[in-house]
Ligand binder design. Structure first.
Ligand SMILES: Nc1nc2c(c(=O)[nH]1)N[C@H]1C(S)=C(S)[C@@H](COP(=O)(O)O)O[C@H]1N2
Ligand SMILES: [Mo]
Length: 328
């Protein structure tokens, strides 16, 4: 057994400790609780979770390797080392399983057998795919992408999957479809959320793109990582990866894909549109209200404040692919 040690929350400077969770929309939360008949009098003054659990050990269960994978030559290299799997698989955001980075063990309860994704809304060919259908319809390839969380940590990982545009072609959106909404798996018995605070979040987790963003070559559905199927903590059985946007745009464990004529409400944007804008393009010149986005920290060993710092790249370095989408 390998012993893997993840930085404990107390080793992370306050400003970087799960900022997505640290923010809390009190009014919204109060409304939810009061709506649920829970008296405001019992509310604590601060949200304090037990973040101190040290996560050790290896991922239980094995993840089957994909045979005959081809790496896409356009995405075979990045300007930084590939993040070691023992790091990226143990430092995750997946609020359905808790508000800390150490949810990988809890996420093992996600039921991923017989996974199905329903595609519906404004399409000519609505359909439900299982993973076999996906493998048959869409040739899987490998792509190394830079990945940037809005919290300023970054990694580079080899995903396995297929460009979203192939699925778009398969279902044929109608001409009035302008947005897509991804909905993540949600069952409060299995995905309790971040403890006491769970009631304040707009479950299920949803995210959305414009259709012209979705059909850009970079927008990707991943069913695997590091040459094997996705570990549950990364969002098995299928998740979105949009490498020029902040990580929160990439919904995990997608069960529904809907084509819509209007921009839908999304999870983080509903909690605070000021902190988590809908577009969410990686931009060094646009600070988050509570921290700078000028630099990022490459996920590494040891406490996160010691991780290698790099300048943040506009569009996370993918401007040549996507810059034209945003010119006025
Ligand atoms: N369903 C769901 N998807 C999610 C999240 C989440 O909490 N729930 N977190 C997002 C955020 S903020 C990030 S940075 C990435 C993290 O992906 P990783 O843990 O695989 O690195 O997943 C995104 N997708
Ligand atoms: Mo994130």
């Amino acid at each position: 057994m390998t012993l893997i040690r993840i930085a404990k929350s107390w080793e992370i400077p306050e400003s970087h400790a799960t900022p997505e969770a640290a923010f809390f929309n009190r009014r919204r939360f109060l409304k939810t609780l009061i709506g649920a008949g829970i008296g405001a009098a019992i509310l604590p003054v601060t949200g304090c979770e037990n973040n101190s659990e040290i996560q050790t050990g290896s991922i239980s269960g094995t993840y089957p390797a994909y045979p005959n994978l081809n790496i896409n030559p356009n995405f075979a290299k990045v300007d930084r080392p590939i993040t070691e799997e023992f790091l990226s698989s143990k430092y995750n955001n997946f609020y359905e399983f808790g508000g800390t980075k150490s949810i990988w063990k809890k996420a093992q309860s996600l039921p991923t057998d017989n996974w199905k994704v329903e595609v519906s809304g404004l399409v000519n060919n609505p359909r439900t795919y299982d993973l076999d259908d996906i493998q048959k319809n869409f040739p899987l390839e490998e792509r190394i992408y830079r990945f940037r969380c809005v919290e300023a940590w970054a990694m580079a990982v080899p995903w396995v999957g297929f460009p979203m545009k192939l699925l778009v072609k398969d279902v044929e959106p109608k001409s009035n479809a302008k947005f897509v909404r991804f909905t993540s798996f949600y069952d409060p018995k299995i995905t309790p959320g971040p403890g006491f605070w769970a009631a304040g979040y707009p479950w299920p987790y949803t995210e959305s793109l414009r259709i012209d963003e979705m059909t850009n070559d970079l927008a990707f559905f991943a069913t695997g990582i590091y040459g094997h199927t996705l570990p549950k903590q990364h969002g098995a059985a299928i998740r979105a990866v949009i490498p020029w946007k902040y990580g929160y745009k990439g919904a995990k464990s997608i069960v529904k894909i809907e084509f819509l004529d209007k921009q839908p409400a999304t999870f983080w944007n509903t909690l605070d549109s000021n902190e988590y804008d809908f577009e969410a393009n990686v931009n060094p010149n646009k600070p988050h209200p509570r921290w700078s986005q000028a630099t990022e920290r490459l996920m590494g060993e040891g406490p996160s404040f010691s991780w290698e710092k790099r300048p943040t790249l506009p569009y996370n370095g993918y401007g040549e692919y996507v810059g034209h989408l945003y010119k006025i």
